[in-house]
Design a protein. Structure first.
Ligand code: CP
Ligand code: NVA
Length: 306
């Protein structure tokens, strides 16, 4: 049997995804009730970070502690990965000592190569192309506030990169319509759009995408690794800010999400995080619960096989 990884959302079936989302809310209730639940005493998660993080690191680390296990933070700056030890060699060594691994890196091929040499499940904690862990939290948050997302309309305003790609996969798996508004030249890759044409529509202005939306989502204009493009992107994305006016075009119950960190005055207006329909703090907290459900799923699936 093949080892289960979580490199993109589509490494799960829609049924598995829905079960993980339900379990995430259940684990959240248990955590809020101070229930001690430690099924993974002695299990160790390795977290390899080649990019910065607040939420991803803390949620995985806290989640493993709550499960009775441990998490090790591995920065590429301090490991031999940063000095050129091949991914394939690192994967064999690291996975021989750990039970599960999370990687945040640049090229998506890096997590794929690591996974193909790993003896344990590998989780994508963000690459240039996907951020599936964030989608678990976003979907959980939508469902907790509004019920099923099936048949709803989600507007993605901004860059057509990692977050947007994971939203495209989510639209396909959860049965919602995704309206994408990106500046010309910053749309998702053409072949990806073609593959998901049944659930995705692309617009060249934010207003058209926002009309009647049930959820509006955005992200930073310059992602990690694109810092030198900041000024150029500020011009290209200037008409793609999420603000109260844009929210006014959407359904009155429309939620607003942002994976954070946010830049007030750029992709969002100064007060957008305080909007009555903004659920960004619940969304951030749900990283903890959703990833605990994911880790539980992957460790249990893996145990079934060994
Ligand atoms: N949203 C998110 O992944 O946050 P961090 O970069 O802080 O992990
Ligand atoms: N698109 C952003 C997401 C940060 C969580 C980035 O890649 O930097």
């Amino acid at each position: 049997m093949t080892l289960r990884h979580f490199l993109t959302l589509r490494d799960l079936s829609s049924l598995e995804l829905n079960r993980i989302l339900e379990r995430a809310s259940e684990l959240k209730r248990m955590q809020h009730n101070n229930e001690v639940y430690q099924p993974f005493v002695g299990k160790v998660l390795g977290m390899i970070f080649e990019k910065s993080s607040t939420r991803t690191r803390i949620s995985f680390e806290a989640g493993m502690s709550q499960f009775g296990g441990d998490a090790i933070f591995l920065s590429s700056r301090d490991t031999q990965l940063g000095r050129g030890e091949p991914i394939e060699d690192s994967a064999r060594v690291i996975s021989s000592m750990l039970d599960i691994v999370m990687i945040r890196t640049f090229g998506h091929d890096i997590v794929e190569r690591f996974a193909s040499y790993s003896k344990v499940p590998v989780i994508n904690g963000l690459t240039d192309d996907h951020h599936p862990c964030q989608l678990l939290a976003d979907l959980q948050t939508y469902i907790e506030h509004r019920g099923s997302i099936e048949g709803k309309t989600v507007a993605w305003i901004g860059d057509g990169n990692n977050m947007c790609n994971s939203y495209i996969e989510a639209a396909h798996m959860m049965g919602f319509k995704l309206k994408i508004a990106s500046p010309a030249g910053y749309e998702p890759k053409e072949e990806f759009l073609t593959e998901f044409a049944h659930c995705v529509e692309v617009f060249n202005n934010a207003e058209d995408a926002a009309v009647n939306a049930d959820l509006i989502v955005t992200d930073v204009w310059a992602s990690m690794g694109q810092e030198e493009e900041q000024k150029h992107r500020e011009q290209a994305f200037a008409q793609f800010q999420v603000n109260e006016k844009l929210m006014g075009l959407a359904h009155p119950d429309c939620l607003f999400m942002h994976c954070l960190p946010a830049h007030r005055g750029e992709e969002i207006s100064e007060n957008m995080l305080d909007h009555k329909n903004a659920v960004v703090w619940d969304e951030a907290e749900n990283r903890l619960h959703a990833q605990k459900a994911l880790v539980e799923f992957l460790l249990n699936e893996n145990m079934k096989q060994s």
